[in-house]
Design a protein around this ligand. Structure first.
Ligand code: NAD
Length: 365
């Protein structure tokens, strides 16, 4: 009997985005039971939307996204659209979608699946069972601040940007981070550069003020340079990290590489009503598109995040994550996560078979 129903908009996008999405949807359908009804709608987005509609995102697609409980996005872009002016490129649709949904909190887990700990560039004892969640502010900070530009003064070119946050922007993303820390180990580390940047002194002040509502969470602070060093020195000291847009951009890529593979990394971007956009961290991989060799697990794990954060169905998220873990334990690998050591007992599988195996595990559990 259906107890809850959700509208999910599917934007497969371009390259391997379009290739992995149908398989990830098969996994999603296998993961839910009769108590959850998923109403799926599909729309063009990115390069394929430019080809069919002349723009990377139509107004109708944005409206559909805003009316959905969650949006699943493959990836957009590719060489075909690289020479278009910046404001007509597929990536423009991505920025428009994120801001149109007001997705201000970007959640990037860095999770090492035990069987893949050898894939990291760090020693496996440093990263085995690693489980960090980076919460990055996504719609403000120096990437969006005005004024910005390049100008010539006294015959010298000068570039400038504005690093700005108001307290409401800091407050809302810190609340998301405190809530998540509360549901995990109860530890939150806020990253700033409060010793030299006034904007991040405000960041630290506001995070401390919000902390008074979450006294059960242990709060610590690190300067961003130290945080980068600690992430590669002893990553398991962290649980949830909250930081601004630019610092989060850099630190989440560092944390991502601790896990060893781009094809394994999911992400979520949430707004204040916990509606969100769920997408793998990787792009459209034009070098391998159309060959049935792309790893679908980042997209599948992004769907798990959707169940946890937007659809309030953590049990479904867990069942998907456990199924992925089991498939990896059995030694099944797409090319990107295949060990270089030929003596390792792993079996190379394609995109479709990897999804089939996850479905097999879901059905047998
Ligand atoms: P990419 O992530 O597409 O690929 C980088 C490398 O990783 C490639 O060698 C690729 O084959 C490999 N790879 C990526 N995902 C994989 C997967 N699931 N399985 C196996 N291998 C995988 O990054 P790029 O090459 O810099 O960008 C290609 C295109 O994607 C560009 O047009 C770029 O603008 C776009 N892009 C889009 C997004 C997005 O939609 N969010 C993000 C990043 C890049």
């Amino acid at each position: 009997m259906t107890e809850s129903s959700f509208d999910v908009l599917v934007l497969s996008g371009d390259g391997i985005g379009a290739e992995i999405m149908p398989h990830a949807i098969r996994v999603m359908n296998a993961a839910v039971d009769d108590s959850i009804e998923l109403r799926l709608e599909y729309a063009d987005f990115g390069g394929c939307s430019i080809d069919r509609h002349g723009v990377p995102m139509t107004e109708e697609t944005l409206r559909q996204a805003q009316e959905s409980d969650a949006v699943l996005l493959g990836a957009v872009g590719g060489p075909k659209w690289d020479d278009l002016p910046v404001d007509q490129k597929p990536e423009k649709g991505l920025l428009g979608l994120r801001s149109g949904l007001d997705c201000f909190a970007n959640l990037r887990p860095a999770l090492t699946f035990g069987p893949l700990s050898e894939a990291s560039t760090l020693k496996s004892e440093l990263v085995s069972d690693l489980d960090i969640l980076i919460v990055r502010e996504l719609t403000g900070g120096v990437y969006f601040g005005e004024p910005r530009g390049i100008e010539t003064r006294d015959n010298l070119r000068r570039g400038f940007n504005t690093f700005v946050y108001d307290e409401s922007e800091i407050e809302r993303v810190s609340k998301v981070a405190f809530e998540l820390a509360r549901k995990r180990s109860g530890k939150l580390c806020s990253v700033d550069k409060a010793n030299v940047l006034e904007v991040t002194q405000l960041w630290r002040d506001v995070v401390c003020e919000v902390h008074s509502e979450y006294t059960d969470v242990e709060l610590s602070h690190l300067y961003v340079d130290n945080a980068a060093m600690q992430l590669v020195r002893q990553p398991k000291q962290f649980d949830v990290i909250v930081t601004g847009n630019m610092f989060g951009d850099i630190l989440s890529d560092v944390a991502a590489m601790l896990t060893g593979s781009l094809g394994m990394l999911p992400s979520a971007s949430l707004n204040s009503s916990n509606r969100g956009l769920y997408e793998p961290v990787h792009g459209t991989a034009p070098d391998i598109a159309g060959q049935n060799i792309a790893n679908p697990l980042a997209m599948i794990l992004s769907i798990a995040m959707m169940f946890r954060y937007s659809l309030d169905a953590a049990h479904v998220a867990e069942s998907i994550e456990v199924a992925v873990h089991r498939v990896l334990e059995q030694g099944l690998r797409t090319g990107d996560i295949m060990p270089l050591d030929p003596s390792a007992e792993c079996l190379l599988v394609g995109t479709d078979q990897m999804a089939d195996e996850v479905i097999g595990q879901l059905k047998s559990s």
